[in-house]
Design a protein around this ligand. Structure first.
Ligand code: PMP
Length: 432
């Protein structure tokens, strides 16, 4: 008999998330840190995991564990079916044309390196241009630097507007038939800037370039439809979307993936093997050499299921409301903070980077004082060092929100900053 989830059936994109119920699924949040309730505002680095994901891992090892795609026994068939179920679920989650377009990797970084090596290796040549943006995470910059260096190609950078948005007009100016590849983050991990990927893809395709999207900060936080985005490759990490560490994925268009050579070689990715030559398995196996991270892929399926049950429109709305509340509260209570990122929330994910006293207080000191009050934020360059030169700051403090965060936690952050200002009052008041 089919079980009807009444609460879900009645849910619309406008229905607010039931954050109290969500928090009960995250055992890690129910602890005190340094004598205070934990306020976890570091989900852009990695998200916490609900019981459903943790239980999927335990279940897998207690009941199903076996290697996949090989032996003809029941556990192997079951493990294979669970592993492939995640592929199918992820394909649906991002609207891929089919599961064979999903390649499991270790993380976003590996997925981007796969494209650089296997697509870039065959298509980039001397004098070609690769367009990236000024807001790249190092994972979507260094692989293109290495590719350009190895091939005698050139990197070009799309600037940000003065309000930290993607500068579409400047991007259009950079495009020419020399541009073979455009790589950009869907959402910046520092500024929260949401890039206009559909428009970027349309313009790139007019000059014959392929588009690679770093979706590490979008797939966890908003609906993603790779067909609507019009891109050619999309990379993501499970650990930022309620799933385990050690799993990521690359989505690519079938025709591109089929034409690419393998990434790693060895077991599982072959068709025929002879003494001196071999042929490759069809997609997606061609790109999944060796025994994959089976258990974590299976548990990633539980994370996607959890997000699907919440509804990604609702997840996005929740974060917009938290960001609205945070920007309002911090601007009112702490006018001396320097904020980075678009003020327009239609162009902004749930990431809030700032400095205290125009950078007079070191971000590590801010983070340490907040940690003393149980508040977990990140300090540093957040793997986006060149971007910080555009922000005119060597580093910054970053608070980031997710489905389990509350407006009370935004208030806690604001109170925590009162304490930072009390301790560093003299430094902040010193003329700059
Ligand atoms: N790109 C962006 C925008 C990110 O935020 C991150 C993670 N901080 C990455 C890429 C790399 O992700 P991973 O470390 O999981 O490979």
């Amino acid at each position: 008999m089919a079980v009807i989830d009444i609460a879900r059936a009645q849910q619309t994109p406008e229905t607010p998330l039931d954050v109290d119920a969500i928090r009960r699924d995250f055992p890690i949040l129910a602890q005190t840190v340094n004598g205070h309730p934990l306020v976890y505002l570091d989900s852009a680095a990695t998200s916490q995991k609900p019981r459903q994901v943790i239980q999927a891992l335990v279940d897998y090892y207690e009941r199903h564990n076996s290697n996949i795609h090989r032996a003809a026994h029941t556990l192997a068939a079951r493990s294979t079916e669970l592993y492939e179920r995640t592929r199918t679920r992820l394909a649906g989650f991002i609207n891929a044309s089919g599961p064979a377009e999903i390649i499991f990797t270790r993380n976003t970084t590996e997925a981007l390196n796969l494209v650089a090596a296997c697509w870039g290796g065959g298509h980039i040549g001397p004098g070609d241009e690769i367009v990236v943006t000024q807001m790249e995470h190092h994972s979507n910059l260094v692989p293109w630097q290495r590719l350009a260096e190895g091939k005698g190609a050139h990197l070009k950078f799309v600037p940000l507007t003065p309000t930290f948005k993607f500068d579409l007009a400047a991007y259009a100016e950079l495009l020419s038939p020399r541009v073979k590849l455009v790589a950009l983050p869907h959402v910046s991990n520092v500024l929260g800037t949401i890039a206009p990927v559909a428009e970027v893809s349309r313009l790139a395709h007019e000059v014959g370039a392929v588009v690679v999207v770093d979706g590490a900060q979008s797939a966890p936080h908003m609906p993603v439809d790779v067909q609507a985005l019009g891109c050619d490759f999309f990379a993501l990490s499970a650990h930022k979307m309620l799933g385990p560490t050690g799993v990521g994925a690359l989505w690519g268009r079938t025709a591109l993936l089929e034409a690419m050579p393998p990434f790693l070689s060895g077991g599982s990715m072959i068709g025929e093997v002879q003494w001196t030559k071999s042929t490759w398995a069809p997609l997606p196996q061609k790109f999944e050499a060796g025994t994959p991270n089976i258990a974590d892929v299976v548990a990633f399926g539980a994370a996607i299921e959890y997000l699907e049950r919440l509804g990604m429109e609702r997840v996005r709305r929740h974060e917009v409301e938290l960001m609205r509340c945070a920007l309002g509260a911090l601007r009112e209570a702490h006018p001396e903070l320097t904020h980075y990122g678009p003020g327009d929330l239609d162009f902004r994910g749930g990431v809030l980077a700032f400095n205290v006293g125009h950078g007079a207080v070191h971000p590590h000191d801010v983070a340490q004082l907040l940690d003393g009050q149980g508040i977990a934020v990140r300090a540093g360059h957040h793997c986006a060092r060149p971007l910080h030169s555009v922000m005119d700051a060597p580093s910054s403090v970053r608070a980031s929100f997710y489905v389990y965060n509350t407006t009370e936690e935004v208030d806690a952050l604001s109170r925590g900053l009162d304490e930072v200002k009390r301790v560093f009052r003299r430094v902040i008041e010193r003329p700059q």
